[in-house]
Design a protein. Structure first.
Length: 257
C-alpha cells in the first residue's frame, strides 16, 4: 500500500495557509472596501507566510484571488469596485507551499444581507459538507454530485453545470473532475490517497451562466444570486481529511469577530 502520509502533511500545510488567509481577511470585508484591497491583503499574507498565490498569472489571470459578488458565479477579478451594504461575496484562495496546493473558498456577508441571501449561502455550505461527509474509498463520484443536487434543488435552488471540483496536489488542476450534480452510484470510484476539491456553485435562479468579455468572470444568465464554498480534501483508508478547515471555526457567515 502506498504511503501518502508525507504528501497529506504537505497538503495540509498549504491548506492551512489558504484557510488562514480567509480568516485574516474577514474583518476587512465591509461596505466601501474595494476587492482590489482585499486581493492585496491576501497576496501579502500568503507571501509573508512562505507561500505563493496560485491564481496569479495562472493562464493569464491578473490577480492573486478570485472575488465574486452577488450574481458572479466564479472567477471574479479584483478591481477598484467597492463592496456595498447587502452584497454577498465569495473569495477563492489557493496557496502554494513547497509545491503543494491548498484551494478553498468561503462566502461573506457585507453588512446586513437579505433572508434569501442567507438561505442560499446556508444551503450551499450544507450541501458541500453533506457531500464531504460521504467520502471514503469505494464511493462513486456520482454520489457527491447527486447529494449536492438533491439537497439544493429541494431548497428551490439550482446547481451550476459549467464548473466543477477537481483533483489537486502538486498540480493546481488535474483529474478527476468532481461534478456537483449527477446520479447516485455512477462514475469512477474514489481511492485512498486521492486529493481533490468539492466546491459547489449554487444559484438562486436557473443554473445557466454566461462569460463576460474579460474571459474569466462567469455570471448567472438570469442575474440571480450565486454562492460557493470550497474545501480541499484527502481520502484516507476509512474516510476523509479536510485540509482547508478554519482553525477558528470561520466555516460559514456570519463570522463572530
Amino acid at each position: 500500500m502506498k504511503d501518502y502520509s508525507n504528501y497529506f502533511k504537505k497538503m495540509k500545510i498549504a491548506g492551512k495557509l489558504a484557510a488562514k488567509t480567509l480568516d485574516i481577511i474577514t474583518p476587512y470585508i465591509k461596505p466601501g472596501v474595494s476587492t482590489e484591497t482585499l486581493d492585496k491583503i491576501c497576496y501579502e499574507h500568503i507571501r509573508d507566510n512562505g507561500g505563493y498565490s496560485a491564481p496569479l498569472y495562472y493562464r493569464g489571470f491578473p490577480k492573486s484571488v478570485c472575488t465574486s459578488t452577488n450574481h458572479i458565479v466564479c472567477h471574479g477579478i479584483p478591481s477598484n469596485k467597492v463592496l456595498k451594504e447587502s452584497d454577498i461575496l465569495n473569495i477563492d484562495v489557493t496557496a502554494i507551499v513547497d509545491g503543494h496546493h491548498g484551494d478553498t473558498s468561503r462566502m461573506f456577508f457585507v453588512g446586513d444581507v437579505s433572508v434569501k441571501s442567507k438561505n442560499l449561502v446556508k444551503a450551499t455550505y450544507e450541501s458541500m459538507m453533506m457531500a464531504i461527509k460521504l467520502v471514503k474509498p469505494g464511493l462513486k463520484l456520482g454520489d457527491i454530485g447527486a447529494t449536492i443536487q438533491k439537497y439544493t434543488e429541494e431548497k428551490g435552488f439550482s446547481v451550476v453545470r459549467d464548473f466543477c471540483g477537481h483533483g489537486t496536489g502538486t498540480t493546481f488542476h488535474k483529474d478527476p473532475n468532481i461534478l456537483h450534480y449527477g446520479k447516485e452510484n455512477t462514475g469512477p470510484s474514489i481511492e485512498e490517497g486521492m486529493t481533490f476539491t468539492i466546491e459547489p456553485m449554487i444559484n438562486e435562479g436557473k443554473f445557466d451562466v454566461k462569460m463576460l468579455k474579460d474571459g474569466w468572470t462567469a455570471v448567472t444568465k438570469d442575474k440571480s444570486l450565486s454562492a460557493q464554498f470550497e474545501h480541499t480534501i484527502g481520502v484516507t483508508h476509512n474516510g476523509y481529511e479536510i485540509f482547508t478547515e478554519s482553525d477558528i471555526k470561520f466555516d460559514q457567515p456570519p463570522y463572530l469577530l
